[in-house]
Design a protein around this ligand. Structure first.
Ligand SMILES: Nc1ncnc2c1ncn2[C@@H]1O[C@H](COP(=O)(O)OP(=O)(O)O)[C@@H](O)[C@H]1O
Ligand SMILES: [Mg+2]
Length: 302
């Protein structure tokens, strides 16, 4: 399982959009993906059609009360895509944990203790726009970092601080963390501004810069209010094309093995090492016999 922190302490740069649509892009390739909403604003939770105010258990229960991850994972309407929701109570976590020893390693330990963790190929952490204890937990649990960056003036502001925090985490708490890429988001290819900013990002990050570009696309902005990923909302949009291309680049970037199951609708290969949940017409999932069944898969055709 590869764990990825999608992080940038700036708000509105495309973190949540990238977490959801990279996750969905990977799920479409047949990978099993778990999304963790680590932002009290719960934008990711809403984006995958969950209601933060109605969720009985969220990431807060894990971080504060040690509720096992197993009890928090939920299927989404997308095959292979699962979520641990967030709600506003997560905002209080920084304070509650302020004096707790080992507060930065809670999430990593919860993942290590999760018996079904191996069922997932990727777990993606959608970080809040701050570098507090929530982001620290994501960085400690992650082996790769994706930094979405808006192609506008001042987008590099704060980058030095972020890189410093990542380096510190690497030195003290998580030696294996690597920056997978900086991903330019909300690009307006028609303006010189974007081109200039891209050049500036390239000067600073060089090899860290992803080849993919996420263009400005109104369908990406619309999708969250429908509770859908871009691939359900507007499969023919530039937004879908850009995130599809990024998911493909990302698989190579992090050296992921080929997916264990075939993409949505296809039959699973005979050698699938983990039990695959089989959706049934009533929405319940039947799973082949197993000691540790994976979370139920939702019917993607619904
Ligand atoms: N490529 C894009 N084109 C158009 N709108 C976008 C794009 N990416 C994100 N948005 C919109 O911009 C806003 C901020 O994006 P979001 O992913 O929520 O950022 P963050 O999680 O970093 O705060 C949201 O309303 C989102 O729908
Ligand atoms: Mg967000």
């Amino acid at each position: 399982m590869k764990s990825i922190a999608v992080i940038n302490q700036k708000g509105g740069v495309g973190k949540t959009t990238t977490t959801v649509n990279l996750g969905a892009g990977l799920a479409r390739k047949g990978y099993r993906v778990l999304l963790l909403d680590m932002d009290p604003q719960a934008n990711l939770t809403v984006h995958v059609d969950k209601r933060p105010d109605l969720e009985s258990s969220t990431l807060t229960n894990l971080l504060v009360e040690d509720v096992p991850l197993k009890e928090l994972v939920q299927p989404t309407a997308v095959e292979n895509l699962f979520v641990v929701p967030s709600d506003t109570s997560l905002a209080g976590v920084e304070q509650v944990l302020a004096n707790r020893i080992g507060r930065e390693t809670i999430l990593r330990e919860a993942i290590e203790a999760y018996p079904d963790a191996g069922v997932f190929d990727f777990v993606l952490f959608d970080c809040p726009p701050s570098l507090g204890v929530l982001s620290a937990n994501a960085l400690v649990a992650a082996d790769h970092v994706v930094i979405p960056m808006q192609a506008e003036y001042l987008s590099l502001q704060g980058m030095a601080k972020l890189l410093e925090v990542i380096q510190l985490v690497q030195k003290r708490l998580n030696p294996q963390i690597k920056i997978a890429c900086v991903l330019p988001c909300m690009l307006d290819a028609r303006t010189n501004l974007s081109t200039e900013v891209l050049r500036e990002i390239d000067t600073h990050f060089g090899s860290m810069l992803a080849r993919s570009r996420i263009r400005n696309n109104v369908k990406l902005a619309e999708a969250p209010s429908f509770g859908r990923t871009i691939f359900e909302h507007a499969p023919d949009s530039n937004g879908a094309r850009d995130y599809e291309a990024f998911a493909t680049e990302f698989v190579t970037m992090v050296g992921a093995a080929p997916p264990r199951s075939t993409p949505a609708g296809g039959a699973a290969p005979a050698s699938t090492p983990t039990p695959t949940a089989t959706p049934t017409t009533n929405g319940a999932a039947s799973t082949p016999a197993s000691d540790e069944p994976p979370p139920a898969a939702a019917d993607a055709s619904a």
